[in-house]
Unconditional design. Structure first.
Length: 321
């Protein structure tokens, strides 16, 4: 009973949740991103990888995996946080903050994009090689401007995938849990892990050539609907360009994804540059490809939007019951 009371007390404590968000933000600032050897998302990737083969019934296999793997990973994280919470409030907050940190990424994203942009003029082959860590496209024939475009696009898109989605799931998970009498902090951490698992499965399997990944891709489309649009709003605020949201609408039909066009299009409009994936889409076609200075400004503003996301998440958890 003492353990349950400790969990219940933590669940209703918005300040404890705020502390967990602060722990995640502090770790992001201080550490950036652990190496793959120690990163649970990399371990998750090893679990997902065996699905990437031919199956007799790929949609069935993919549907079972898309339901079971995120649920299993989210439940595991939630149980860890609940167990830590039963020991002490500090242990619960620390575990939840660590879990949230491991499901988000901002500092390394900005650093990787910045390295590509810095190399785009001085060493184009190195910039093309560096782009492989950011964007899944053939960079061998890209010009310097196209490489910079890809770096800015990736930074904007991954703001939603790598940060806002997990922070949003954390806040909404805790709100919903509190409303039905469940311990909010474990459920919130589990929700962040769930959405990160869905996104990881989509990034590994969500290609038209891989039917087994279709269910995960459709689930990711649904899960990312709100984070993509929230990220576009954050970017419009970070750029101090409210009109960029409306302008982005003009180019969304060209982007195959129902979500990624929002943050990328908003960034293209706010920067006043053309962002393009050759043969696939062009955003803000009347403008030029980004210069080095424009690309660096874009990456910096993505960072500002990321900081705003942390602040909003901190404010959101204070509304937990």
């Amino acid at each position: 009973m003492t353990a349950l009371r400790a969990i219940d007390g933590l669940a209703g404590n918005g300040l404890a949740a705020l502390a967990a968000v602060a722990v995640a933000a502090a770790l992001e600032l201080a550490v950036g991103e652990p190496s793959n050897r120690f990163h649970p998302v990399a371990w998750l990737g090893r679990v997902v990888a065996p699905l990437d083969r031919q199956w007799d019934r790929p949609l069935l296999v993919g549907a079972v995996a898309a339901v079971s793997l995120p649920l299993a990973f989210g439940s595991f994280v939630g149980i860890l946080v609940a167990t830590a919470s039963s020991v002490s409030t500090i242990a619960g907050v620390s575990t939840a903050g660590l879990a949230l940190f491991l499901t988000t990424s901002l500092r390394e994203l900005l650093a990787a994009a910045g390295r590509v942009v810095d190399a785009s003029d001085a060493d184009l082959p190195a910039a093309r090689d560096g782009l492989l860590a950011l964007a899944g496209r053939d960079a061998s024939a890209l010009s310097a401007g196209q490489v910079r475009s890809a770096a800015v696009e990736s930074a904007a898109e991954n703001l939603a995938d790598g940060l806002v989605a997990s922070l949003g799931a954390f806040v909404l998970g805790g709100l919903l849990a509190g409303g039905v009498g469940l311990p909010a902090l474990p459920v919130a951490a589990g929700a962040a892990a769930w959405v990160k698992t869905v996104n990881t499965m989509d990034s590994m399997l969500g290609y038209r050539s891989k039917r087994v990944g279709t269910p995960a891709a459709r689930l990711d489309d649904a899960a990312m609907w709100l984070p993509a649009r929230a990220s576009a709003l954050l970017l419009a605020v970070a750029f101090a360009s409210p009109s960029s949201l409306a302008r982005a609408r003009e180019w969304l039909d060209a982007v195959p994804s129902p979500n990624s066009g929002w943050p990328m299009g908003t960034t293209a409009a706010a920067l006043g540059v053309r962002l393009e994936k050759p043969g696939t889409y062009v955003l803000n076609p009347a403008s030029d490809l980004p210069s080095g200075a424009a690309a660096r400004r874009g990456i910096t503003r993505v960072g500002v939007a990321g900081l705003l996301a942390y602040l909003l998440a901190g404010a959101g958890v204070l509304a937990w019951s």
